[in-house]
Design a protein around this ligand. Structure first.
Ligand code: B1M
Length: 228
């Protein structure tokens, strides 16, 4: 971990987001990584808390939906143009490698949030997984069909909206009804699902950060390899 003091940077980055100022926010991103923060660290320590604060201000009506939309758009651009290329560089020379496992990943039906899900996809790739990203607002049946088609090892679902949690349960119920529950490990994550919810619907894991998603997937594939 770098020796960076994050609080002032979060505040500056947040100010950039709330002012709709891409240049300001991207300059802070570049500068912080030049000072030694890794891209993953910057995402976790600066982007994520700034976005949480954007959400808090939306909830307390200090800002309106268009401001939240603009903040999210700036973060998407910074992720695509700065964070992701640097993270992929860290992956090394590339070339042929045998993936650790295949993950079919989606933001569940009804939910359009994808900043966190995209980071999960990226970190899984960086850590050697093949990821089939189905995008946002994906119905359970579509996830299952695709997981079968792709012969995936793991299904991952993300949700930030509590109103969409029933679709996660529905996905697991559909797997059970089709006799497919044992065919895939299922992990969930995002701000909405709690540990208690995960246990109740019977998934193999719940994660609250992209790093946890990677740990869960590695543990699942590790367990499978040892079991063979
Ligand atoms: Co929305 N939004 N939003 N929003 N939004 C939240 C989620 C909210 C908490 C804000 C608030 O009120 N405080 C609230 C949900 C309340 C609730 O359900 N309890 C909310 C709301 C209400 C809404 C709308 C309904 C607003 C409206 O229209 N009136 C609407 C819903 C649209 C829809 O989805 N149908 C809406 C819309 C939007 C925008 C489009 C403007 C934008 C999303 C843009 C986009 O994603 N492309 C947006 C944003 C940006 C947010 C906040 C501010 C930030 C979300 C984010 O990107 N966080 C959010 C506030 C908050 O989260 N506190 C909020 C950063 C991201 C890195 O974290 O996604 O949690 P997160 O991902 C983490 C971990 O959770 C984990 O790893 C990630 C990386 O570390 N993780 C997994 C995620 N998926 C995982 C999967 C795994 C494992 C780990 O395994 C498979």
């Amino acid at each position: 971990m770098s020796e960076i003091t994050w609080e002032p940077l979060i505040q500056e980055f947040l100010d950039g987001l709330l002012a709709g100022d891409y240049d300001r926010a991207s300059t802070i991103s570049r500068k912080t990584m030049q000072q030694g923060a890794t891209p993953a660290e910057f995402f976790l320590e600066c982007i994520t808390p700034a976005l949480v604060e954007v959400g808090n201000r939306f909830e307390t009506l200090e800002i309106c939906l268009p401001e939240m939309v603009i903040a999210a758009e700036i973060v998407r651009k910074i992720n695509d143009e700065i964070v992701q290329p640097l993270l992929l560089e860290d992956r090394g020379a590339g070339g042929s490698f045998r993936p650790l496992g295949k993950v079919v990943l989606a933001t569940i039906q009804g939910d359009l949030h994808d900043i966190g899900k995209n980071m999960v996809a990226l970190l899984l790739k960086v850590n050697g997984f093949e990821v089939v990203d189905l995008g946002i607002n994906v119905p359970p049946a579509v996830i299952i069909d695709r997981a079968r088609e792709e012969q995936a090892d793991i299904i991952g679902m993300s949700s930030l909206l509590t109103t969409c949690l029933p679709y996660m349960k529905d996905m697991v119920d559909q797997l059970k009804a089709g006799g497919l529950r044992e065919s895939f490990a299922v992990i969930i994550g995002g701000a909405a699902p709690t540990d208690e919810f995960a246990e109740r619907i019977g998934v193999d894991g719940v994660g609250h950060s992209a790093a946890e998603a990677v740990r869960m997937c590695k543990a699942i594939m590790g367990a499978r390899t040892t079991a063979v």
